[in-house]
Design a protein around this ligand. Structure first.
Ligand code: SAH
Length: 235
């Protein structure tokens, strides 16, 4: 296992790399610097945690490349007072980065074993402003009375084929921003930004090509995971 000084060196090199790659938002860079990505990847990937690449986290899912996390966070224009909804908790890394920049992060993951690991990380890091849920995020956040216009920002970290789920559009506050990868095949996706100008009126902007796993419906049953699936999550 690399020692703390070595991890710090790798982290500093990653920040320098992100700056050179065009990330200039110092709040975003500082949130990334304060979030130990080595704690969000399976043990045998720890030495690669600060390289600018996606890493498998088990159950066929990945933690996104740091450059994509930084860019998505940047284009979301998060403010300190904001409530942010994330669909696709995965490792919890994106939620942890966002939690340093806003009032509260609500995050939904359909794979309960992934969510439980992410929750342990939030707890270990004392990130108390993250509320998480194992559910189908296509349906939006379930327990807010009225359910409408609840979030200043929504970030979806899995791709949709077509329009974003209506429940998510409904839960975005007027003036709010949603970023979501749109496109059917992994090679053919665009990160799209929706700004809700008013009820049912959106300004839509295609930002840049991305590669995300698909947004899938429902929550798999616990007995659909084999013991080797579950071992892979932390191995
Ligand atoms: N943001 C994550 C990476 C996301 S990978 C991170 O920082 O590590 C995409 C995640 O979306 C996967 O974990 C996948 O299980 C989840 N997902 C796919 N469809 C979903 C849905 N309908 N609701 C909630 N999560 C979903």
């Amino acid at each position: 296992m690399p020692d703390i000084a070595e991890i710090d060196n790798r982290k500093i090199r990653l920040i320098i790399h992100l700056r050179q790659a065009g990330i200039t938002n110092t709040d975003v860079l500082s949130a990334i610097e304060r979030t130990p990505r080595d704690l969000f990847v399976p043990h045998h990937f720890e030495t690669h945690a600060y390289e600018d690449q996606a890493v498998p986290i088990g159950l066929g899912q990945t933690i996104s490349q740091p450059y994509i996390v930084a860019t998505m966070t940047d284009v979301l224009q998060v403010e300190k007072s904001h409530s942010v909804l994330e669909i696709g908790t995965g490792s919890g890394y994106q939620a942890a980065v966002l939690s340093r920049l806003c009032r509260r992060v609500y995050t939904i993951e359909r794979h309960r074993p992934l969510l439980e690991l992410a929750e342990k990380r939030f707890n270990d890091l004392k990130l108390r402003n993250i509320t998480s849920l194992a559910a189908d995020g296509m349906k939006g956040w379930p327990s807010i009375p009225g359910n409408e216009n609840s979030f200043d920002r929504i970030i979806v970290t899995a791709s949709v084929d077509g329009d974003p789920p209506v429940a998510l559009m409904a839960q975005l506050k007027p003036g709010g921003i949603m970023v979501i990868p749109v496109g059917s095949q992994a090679q053919n996706q665009m990160l799209r930004r929706y700004k809700k100008e008013s009820e049912d009126v959106y300004a839509v902007q295609d930002l840049f090509p991305v590669r995300f796993v698909p947004l899938l419906p429902d929550v798999p049953r616990h007995n659909s995971y084999s013991s080797s699936d579950l071992e892979e999550l932390t191995a």
